[in-house]
Design a protein around this ligand. Structure first.
Ligand SMILES: [Zn+2]
Length: 79
């Protein structure tokens, strides 16, 4: 990459696309390295390591969250 500002019209589209493509892949690699995704032991869904599975509510073989419970979403605030 040039160390000084480059006029927009003189930079070819392919050059700028290559540059931004490399930037994008770099960012995605950094993100994927930070988050440690593992498959759940009981249901097989992808979950974050050392955290409760959101699909089945289990952690280390124990039921932590009651998934049968229906949680009401707050859509309106009564004044
Ligand atoms: Zn699970």
């Amino acid at each position: 990459m040039p160390k000084h500002a480059v006029p927009k019209k003189k930079t070819a589209k392919s050059t700028s696309k290559k540059r931004y493509g490399a930037f994008k892949t770099g960012v995605l690699k950094k993100l994927s390295n930070k988050t440690n995704l593992v498959p759940c032991a009981s249901c097989g869904q992808v979950k974050i390591n050392h955290q409760v599975c959101k699909e089945c509510g289990q952690y280390k073989g124990q039921q932590v969250i009651d998934m049968g419970k229906k949680v009401k979403k707050v859509t309106k605030i009564k004044a």
